[in-house]
Design a protein around this ligand. Structure first.
Ligand code: FES
Ligand code: FE2
Length: 353
């Protein structure tokens, strides 16, 4: 059944895509207090394995403790605030601050300080790294820098159930490819473009159009997120590389998990993208492809045509960034259904800002 919802007029004025003050507000509201995808559980198999990254402007890390569980903490030393771990994946049995060598265990508790005699009042037992929250869905690790608030399950608002129609176990996924892009584009334009398909027949005429039944794409916002059902074309694409991505009568389950994750299934892999805002007009996009062992056995990963699709998308996003400072910039009427995701995303952002 086709739902012909007329999208709400978008709420964000042009300066929201360039203004450092607005960007600063986003860092404080969105990126400081939402669940954000950072990696995979199998990236951290052993005690002491850690992954550190910056969510907006919050340096955080997740570590597998000696007891085997995942813990997330702020990557900031409680002595004078230095960043503890480098931004990387690694392993350590103890965390030692590079500034004055205070040492912490994998649970974040203070073990030792340099020159303890110089700290006669120090209450060592009560000093620990500031906790963040961590949880997983299907092996995907999410961190929320805010230690209070709703659970990951509540936050995801049915998105996992939507993706469960893809007939492969997410827990079994293993990384097969990784790429990263950095572009002079506000992160919200990257999202906006991702959650609409109106541009497909122009921007992706030679790439995605033979693969998908563009007329039948359906956008179904849930919570802050935007699931997008993308049926495959009725006829198989002629191109052999695209042909691998196609499935007769099948659906590619795609979608955006606010604020930093994009998911794209195909019959034999899943490509997951991570949005990293670097400034008001700078964004990094990391793309990681996974397969289950079963998928890999049937159809070992080969480089897809995604690099071309990415460039097609960045090219149109750059055009948005070039127009946004104009006094004539505006967002007019949005397409029914096929730009519904844009209206939804603007509304979610307006609520935060
Ligand atoms: S700032 Fe970390 S030990 Fe001083
Ligand atoms: Fe696109």
């Amino acid at each position: 059944m086709t739902r012909m919802t007329r999208p709400m007029p978008p709420a964000l004025p042009g300066r929201y895509f360039t203004d450092p003050q607005i960007y600063g507000r986003e860092l404080k509201t969105v990126w400081r207090s939402t669940w954000q995808w950072v990696g995979r559980s199998e990236d951290l198999p052993n005690p002491g394995d850690y992954l550190s990254c910056t969510l907006g402007e919050e340096p955080v890390f997740v570590i597998r403790t000696t007891g085997g569980e995942l813990r997330a903490m702020h990557n900031v030393c409680p002595h004078r605030g230095a960043r503890l771990l480098p931004e990387a994946r690694g392993n350590c049995q103890k965390l030692q601050c590079p500034y004055h060598a205070w040492t912490f265990n994998t649970e974040g508790r203070l073990l030792a300080v340099l020159q303890p005699g110089w700290f006669p009042e120090l209450d060592k037992a009560n000093i620990r790294l500031s906790p963040a929250r961590v949880d997983t869905w299907g092996g995907f690790i999410f961190i929320n820098p805010d230690p209070e608030g709703e659970s990951l399950a509540a936050y995801l608002a049915g998105f996992p159930e939507y993706l469960s129609d893809w007939p492969h176990r997410l827990e079994d996924l293993r990384e097969v490819n990784r790429a990263a892009y950095e572009e002079p584009i506000n992160w919200k334009f990257v999202v906006e473009n991702y959650v609409e398909d109106y541009h497909f027949s122009i921007a992706h005429n030679g790439s995605l159009v033979p693969l998908f039944d563009v007329q039948s794409i359906r956008t179904r916002p849930t919570g802050r997120h935007v699931p997008i059902l993308v049926p495959y074309a009725k006829q198989p694409p002629a191109d052999p590389v695209l042909r691998r991505e196609w499935e007769a009568g099948g659906i590619s389950y795609q979608g955006f998990v606010f604020p930093n994750m994009m998911v794209n299934t195909s019959p034999d892999s899943i490509s997951v993208w991570r949005v990293v805002p670097l400034g008001p007009e700078r964004t990094r996009l990391e793309t990681i492809t996974y397969q289950t062992p079963h998928q890999y056995a049937l159809s070992p990963y080969v480089q897809e045509s995604w690099a071309q699709v990415m460039e097609e998308d960045f090219a149109v996003c750059r055009l948005l960034q070039l127009g946004v400072n104009s006094r004539a910039y505006q967002v007019g009427e949005l397409a029914v259904e096929h730009e519904l995701g844009v209206a939804h995303f603007h509304k979610v952002m307006a609520d935060y800002l």
